[in-house]
Design a protein around this ligand. Structure first.
Ligand code: PEP
Ligand code: MG
Length: 323
């Protein structure tokens, strides 16, 4: 089985009926990058930058960040990498002392881009490091926990100012970088059309989107019967976001845990997803699964799946469809 999977490392990701799917890697540490390459990822769909802020006391310097991002870009050998700006807060505590203390509801508090925008100088250090690293290969920038368009507009402005600053310092600058939004807050998903006017691409974060849609802590085992990716409310939202992205002709990927879980591959293809981002250890499994699925047939089942009234019903339907 392992040997058979290994032969897929250099194979295209294609359904039975010949539809190509992009498989991207979620990465954090250097070994993830090596694994993404060896398993034939089409790029990095989510590079979590938090680890730089969690591994040491105090903030990482611009150069420390630049080196990490440049090594990521070089490590991917010309394939596109998606660097997510700092996503501290809630379940991601920090060593740097940025996260506000004493919030009653940290998951609903100043986290992700909300926190970054509260500290423009800290954020600008990260932005400068990203701009410098982007001279070494194709980079896209992904903004976490976006709720409304003004947050993306503010990030764009900070990028513009950082470019002007670097230019004055005679530092090499990359071409314009694509700026995308994570869709992981229900308001961002429901109002995604407004977001698409300002985002060059979207990445759906189902870990948090499920948590917020269902009002169920993503880490609380006691809520397993509620925190279920097959909840109809979540499926309809996913379907809507994917369809709106297509309508706007902007790429939409999905980088939550279900993106790398072969139990959900057929479902996500049925909903129209064509870019999956996952832990690199899952790449070959998902490629193998996709090779056994009929895209046209699955797409035809989407209306039925979206009519499910409970997650149990959706699960039964899915089992029947993929039988
Ligand atoms: C998500 O929320 O689904 C996601 C990919 O981001 P993280 O798990 O880092 O919050
Ligand atoms: Mg998230």
């Amino acid at each position: 089985e392992g040997r058979r999977l290994a032969t897929l490392a250099n194979a295209p990701t294609r359904t039975i009926d010949g539809v190509d799917v992009r498989l991207l890697a979620n990465a954090e540490m250097p070994p993830d990058i090596a694994m993404a390459r060896s398993r034939g990822a089409d790029g990095v769909g989510l590079y979590r930058t938090e680890f730089l802020f969690l591994r040491q006391k105090g903030l990482p310097t611009e150069d420390e960040q630049f080196i990490a991002y440049r090594d990521l870009v070089l490590g991917m050998g010309g394939l596109p990498v998606t660097i997510r700006t700092l996503d501290l807060g809630a379940d991601k505590a920090d060593a740097a002392g940025l996260v506000l203390r004493g919030e009653d509801n940290p998951a609903l508090g100043v986290r992700g881009v909300r926190l970054s925008l509260r500290y423009p100088a800290v954020f600008t250090t990260q932005i400068r490091a990203i701009l410098r690293a982007a001279c070494y290969g194709p980079v896209r920038v992904l903004v976490p926990m976006v709720t409304q368009p003004d947050e993306l507009i503010a990030v764009r402005t900070l990028f513009k100012l950082a470019r002007q600053e670097l230019k004055r310092e005679n530092v090499d600058l990359p071409e314009k970088l694509a700026l995308g939004a994570m869709v992981e807050v229900p308001a961002a998903a429901i109002n995604v059309r407004a977001l698409l006017e300002h985002a060059d691409f979207l990445a759906i974060g189902t870990n948090d989107l499920a948590q917020y849609v269902l009002a169920a802590d993503r880490g609380n085992d006691a809520l397993d019967n509620i925190y279920n990716p097959l909840q109809p409310a979540l499926l309809r939202l996913l379907s809507y976001v994917i369809a709106e992205g297509r309508r706007a002709k902007k790429p939409v990927s999905l980088c939550g845990e279900i993106g790398g879980d072969t139990n959900f591959t057929a479902l996500l293809l049925a909903l129209g997803l064509n870019e999956f981002s996952m832990h690199p250890s899952q790449l070959l499994h998902v490629r193998d699964r996709i090779a056994a699925l009929d895209h046209g047939a699955l797409r035809g089942q989407a209306p039925r799946i979206l009519r499910a009234r409970t997650h149990e019903e959706a699960e039964a339907l899915l089992a029947q469809i993929t039988g």
